[in-house]
Design a protein. Structure first.
Length: 604
């Protein structure tokens, strides 16, 4: 696609519209989704408002959810306290460690336990505050300006929102995998505790028993942590499934919000832009309406420059109206995305700049193809009626001989001035032709794609290119000639140069006059050659195009006239005779041509 096609305003508006509808639609649904989540969070962290008496079921469901949240918070708080106590014990044990390896093992356990305590505190805060992200209160250092990063930061939230529509199924799958993994770990912990209990049952050494009890306490803490984590994951899984049930309602609300908000703004922008474009394109047609009856005049270069400039101005004016409507509406999201799309189109069109300049020169009638000149397309000549984004090519000799071709297709061709007497096609509808393969017939149809010829009662169809490649002879346009070779016997050699040509010419002329009257132009009879068995004469007849439909009849009439003269004057028409000679010895058989001495009699 060239720049001229890419800058076509209707295509550009369609691209902008589809992109903005797609992005803004997702934005509207995401806003409704966020609002629904915020309302749920406010409900979880704030005291329940007074509920009317007619909604006891809703109030009861809310209380159940609040009780569940309180129970979750209490369990997390207990887990944090237990882990802190265990952390203090590990620190004391690390201080009393006798070996470096034991101290390193205890320090690793301390680091892991500190990480778990921090994670539990974050989980506690997240549930208690309704999922509020506390990172927004952290100050981030100023980073150096990077326009690529800034552009990505603008687009990233919308990409994240699009990604968020598939987040729920992916999150559910991830939670299911984590629950299955934690249950597998819980089974391992249960087996370890059972084994520790069996070992501790018969131990009498107090020091060994203390170590086993400490180990058992550690594994009990692990079991408690796994049970709490499984419970939290199940709670999150239930919440996500409840949100999935309300997805279609959120989608419906988002679409309604879009139609009443940004959708209306987009519609207004498109109507205003389309109106300006229609007005700017209609104005020149109204001005030219009074000049329709005037003869066409080739436009001058400055007029073409004004036409190209006016088209560019129309595109820029339509885009400015689009951006102006979005700016006045105060919707910075739509305005920002419209400008980003325009910038991306401009940046992506750099590779088309050389072709764009070539096409601009062609539009200004300064390129290799120019208006009013002749060009060959698929072997058929065409007149370039006008050059535009879709140029008009005309061949007056063809039915349906008007083609529209994109300017890019003509950019690699070269045109030339047309000669006044140069034909646009060798034939016309209704004329008679003779092709190189001997096909003779009348042209029934000729279009830019096919030519149909009526031949021997049937219709033969040629592609236009193959028809031109068969060297058609037009018998109707400028007339045609028909040549016949006729021979008489050598016994008439004495009169073969003086008497015979004139007699043949008079007889042929008289016969053709009877059949074709004014269509006969001339008759030429001349001695051609002394053949092996006859004296041959060339009879050449020139006929006008009106007799083209009787092409083969002309040849028959010539033959008939010559034979009739021979019958009347007793001239012998020779023919070939096969004679077999038997020689002596090994002489081979041979074929010889002999002249028939007897006169030729048609009635014998």
């Amino acid at each position: 696609m060239t720049i001229l096609k890419a800058l076509h305003p209707f295509r550009l508006l369609l691209l902008l519209t589809l992109t903005l509808f797609f992005i803004v639609g997702f934005q509207a649904v995401a806003e409704v989704r966020e609002n629904s989540g915020a309302v749920l969070n406010e409900t979880l962290v704030q005291p329940a408002p007074a509920v009317p008496a007619e909604e006891p079921a809703v109030n009861q469901n809310l209380e159940v959810r609040l009780e569940t949240v309180r129970a979750q918070l209490a369990g997390i708080a207990r887990s944090i306290d237990e882990r802190r106590n265990h952390l203090n014990e590990l620190r004391l044990q690390a201080a009393d460690a006798q070996t470096a390896s034991e101290r390193a093992e205890l320090e690793a356990d301390i680091v892991e336990l500190e990480r778990l305590i921090l994670a539990s505190r974050i989980t506690f805060e997240s549930i208690a505050t309704g999922g509020i992200d506390s990172n927004i209160f952290k100050d981030e250092p100023d980073a150096p300006f990077n326009w690529q990063q800034e552009l990505f930061d603008i687009i990233e939230p919308f990409l994240e929102q699009i990604k968020g529509f598939t987040e729920a199924p992916r999150t559910i799958e991830r939670l299911n995998r984590q629950i299955a993994q934690d249950r597998a770990r819980l089974n391992v912990v249960e087996r370890a505790l059972a084994n520790i209990a069996n070992v501790s049952a018969a131990v009498e050494d107090k020091q060994l028993l203390q170590r086993l009890q400490a180990l058992e306490k550690s594994w009990l803490q692990r079991r408690s942590d796994l049970l709490l984590e499984i419970e939290l994951l199940n709670f999150q899984l239930r919440e996500l499934r409840e949100e999935q049930d309300t997805f279609w309602s959120m989608l419906h609300q988002g679409l309604l919000s879009f139609v009443h908000g940004r959708g209306l703004i987009l519609l207004l922008a498109i109507v205003a832009t389309g109106g300006i474009w229609f007005l700017l394109q209609t104005l020149p047609k109204v001005i030219q309406r009074g000049k329709e009856n005037q003869p066409p005049v080739k436009r001058k270069p400055y007029a073409r420059l004004m036409t190209v400039g006016y088209q560019v101005f129309s595109v820029l004016a339509a885009l400015c109206v689009l951006l102006l409507v979005l700016y006045v509406s105060g919707d910075w999201l739509l305005l920002g995305f419209a400008m980003i799309i325009l910038v991306l189109i401009a940046v992506g069109s750099r590779t088309y700049l050389p072709r764009f300049m070539t096409e601009v020169r062609m539009l200004l009638d300064m390129g290799p193809v120019r208006e009013g000149e002749r060009i060959l397309l698929n072997g058929v000549p065409w007149e370039i009626k006008n050059l535009n984004m879709y140029s008009t090519l005309v061949n007056p000799e063809l039915q349906g001989g008007i083609l529209r071709r994109p300017l890019a297709e003509l950019s690699g061709m070269v045109s030339r001035p047309d000669e006044p007497d140069e034909p646009w096609f060798p034939t016309r509808q209704g004329e008679f032709v003779m092709l190189a393969d001997g096909t003779y017939g009348q042209v029934l149809l000729q279009t830019p794609e096919v030519v149909q010829v009526k031949h021997v009662g049937s219709v033969r169809t040629f592609s236009t290119g193959s028809f031109l490649g068969s060297s058609p002879r037009n018998l109707s346009r400028n007339g045609f000639g028909f040549a016949v070779t006729f021979g008489i016997d050598y016994q008439h050699q004495a009169i073969c140069l003086d008497e015979v040509p004139g007699v043949f010419e008079a007889a042929v002329t008289q016969a053709l006059r009877r059949s074709f009257d004014e269509s006969l132009e001339s008759v030429l009879v001349d001695f051609k050659e002394a053949g092996s068995s006859s004296l041959d004469y060339l009879i050449y007849v020139m006929m006008r195009g009106s007799a083209a439909g009787s092409y083969w009849a002309v040849g028959r009439i010539i033959q008939q006239a010559c034979v009739q003269v021979c019958n009347e004057r007793g001239w012998v028409i020779p023919f070939n005779q096969l004679t077999v000679h038997q020689g002596e010895g090994f002489e081979t058989l041979r074929t010889a041509q002999t002249n028939q001495a007897e006169p030729f009699d048609r009635n014998s």
